[in-house]
Every structure is written in structure tokens, then in C-alpha cells.
Design a protein around this ligand. Sequence first.
Ligand SMILES: Cc1cc2nc3c(=O)[nH]c(=O)nc-3n(C[C@H](O)[C@H](O)[C@H](O)COP(=O)(O)OP(=O)(O)OC[C@H]3O[C@@H](n4cnc5c(N)ncnc54)[C@H](O)[C@@H]3O)c2cc1C
Length: 320
Amino acid sequence: MSVLVYAENTGGSCKKSAYEAVTFGHKLATILNTPCIAVTFGNPSNADQLGVYGATEVRNINPGIDHFDGQVFAAAIAIVSEAVDAQIIVMSHSAQGKSMAGRLAIKLKAGLVSAVNAIPAMTGNFLVTKSVYSGKAVATIEMLASKKVITVQGNSIPPEKAGEPVSLQTMDISLPESKIKVTQLEKQSDTIPLPEAELVVSGGRGLKGPENWGIIEELAHELGAATACSRPVADSGWRPHHEHVGQTGVAIRPNLYIAIGISGAIQHLGGVNNSKTIVVINKDPEAPFFKAADYGVIGDLFEVVPRLTEAVKKFKSASK
Ligand SMILES: Cc1cc2nc3c(=O)[nH]c(=O)nc-3n(C[C@H](O)[C@H](O)[C@H](O)COP(=O)(O)OP(=O)(O)OC[C@H]3O[C@@H](n4cnc5c(N)ncnc54)[C@H](O)[C@@H]3O)c2cc1C
């Protein structure tokens, strides 16, 4: 028996979410006294580091395609899981993980719980927890099937070093042909992907228009943060849709979420209220967001935000 972890990579190197998933898999494997084996695709340059986070072996597959394909990758992971006798398959709750987890569960006749946010309690039963009702409650779920597929919520399991680098073992397996063809890929080069961001600066309708977004971007740049927005901002075309956070947008759990000119509607809070620290800047003292805030500034964002950015700049140059 083993725990198999799919370690995602982008642009040829494993991401923080891969280390989170491996940390989760390693802790689970330690409790179950089994090996934690990682699987990667396409020879990521830093895959040996998965050993540092607790993988005892890293299996690599060269899928023969240069894009992610949930059908092909899930088929490959199913083959690897049989080869290493995996009872538990772990992956990040990312677009890739979400695309594969259901497929894998069907292929392996496994139970599936997505967006798990803590190491399972092993009190005789296999119990996992996840946040539900837009973060208002925590559900504890018992996984009854002997095979289990788990996706791990981003930013909920801090990566922890637990071993030494390991060398990759390439597996030669025959895979189904891809049924899709990527005809164009436009990458956003210098932006931090929202689901992985530890710091997020987010703007709402209080910004009045896209022409004012510079103050959000400048603060985000100084902090090294990703930018996000409320849904009406994306719907109005002020910002791209992938920046929209909330119940119907991206759900995030950064260490710091700065909400600027956002009222704090329940649908918005649903995607951000698991953030570790929330700072709200709003001119209306009755704005509902203040109830969810750790720190609040009541004031005009057009005065407060530039002053905050200046303060961050001064702090950074003083600490050089
Ligand atoms: C089914 C459904 C799903 C939805 N899903 C989402 C979702 O996923 N994400 C989401 O965000 N919304 C979602 N919504 C929309 C949500 O209900 C709210 O309408 C939306 O979040 C409001 O966006 P906002 O806070 O930017 O705008 P507003 O509610 O208009 O708030 C603007 C805020 O800016 C403040 N402000 C204005 N000027 C200034 C200034 N100069 N300085 C400081 N503060 C200022 C105001 O006091 C106000 O609080 C959904 C709605 C529905 C019905």
C-alpha cells in the first residue's frame, strides 16, 4: 500500500501547491506507515525537491503532449496508482486537480472528497474536513471506500521539509491519445496566480472605473501581491474575469486580503473569508465587510490607498 501524490508543475517546475500536496501525502503516509510516492509529468527541473517535502520516490511520466489534458493525465495516474498499489491519491484543489479527481475516482472506484483543509484525523475511521456553506461551517466527512481520492485546498497545509532530494524514475507507460488540441495559449507573464498568492489586493466598484486601477496595481506591486476584484468589476469589463473572487469566482485563502472599495456582500465573502488576515478600506462605516475584517480603515480609498503605498515604500527602503 502507498499514498500517491500528483505533483503539479508549471513551465517545467513544481509549484508551491505541489509541496503542499506532498506535505499532506507525507503526513498521511507517516500515520499509515506507508511510503509517499509523488508522480510528475514532463520531467520538472526541481522534481527532486519533492523528496525534501517527504516523497520517498518520484515517478515521472513523459505524456507526449505539451499541454495539460485531464483525461490523459488521469489515465496515467490511474496506471501509476495500480503499479504502486496506492490506496490514497492526493492532488491540489487546482484547475488540474479538479479536472482529474472525479475521473480518477470513477476509474479506480474510489471515494472522493475535494478541497480538504487539514490532515485527516485517524481515530479508527478515515475522517477528513472541509470548509462548507461559503466558509461558515466545517464539514467532517468519513471516507468509507478502500481507495480514496483527495484534493487539498490551497494555502491550508503549509509545506514542511521532511527529507532529502530524490532522483526521478521515469515510467514508460502507454497512454490514450489526447482528444483535445490547444490551438493558442496566452500566458500572463509577470502576474502572481490568484489561487497561490499569499498576499492579495482586491478592488470593488468603489474604484469608480478601470482608469483608477493603477492605485490597486501599485500597492500590489509594492507588496508583491496578486490583484483581485469583485464580480461587478469583472462583469463590467474593468478587470479580467480570472481576477473575480467570491462564491462564483475564485475561492482564495491568502495570508493577507486587502479589500478596497468592496461592500462585503455574502457572495463576495464566500470566496475570501478563509483569508488569514482581512483588511478593509471603505468610506462607509456601515459596510458589511467591516464585520469580517481583522483591520478596517474608514476613509476615501483615493486618499488612503496612495498613503498606504507610500508607507510600504518607505518601510521597504528603510529595511534595506
Ligand atoms: C448568485 C450571485 C453570485 C454572486 N457572486 C459573486 C462573487 O462571486 N463575487 C462577488 O464579488 N460578488 C458576487 N455577487 C455580487 C454581490 O452580491 C455584490 O453585488 C458584489 O460583491 C458587490 O460588489 P462591490 O462590493 O464591488 O460593489 P458595491 O456593492 O457597489 O460596493 C462598493 C463599495 O465601495 C465603497 N466605496 C465607494 N466609494 C468609495 C471610496 N471613494 N472610498 C472607499 N470606499 C468606497 C462603498 O461604500 C461600497 O461599500 C453575486 C451575486 C449573486 C446574485
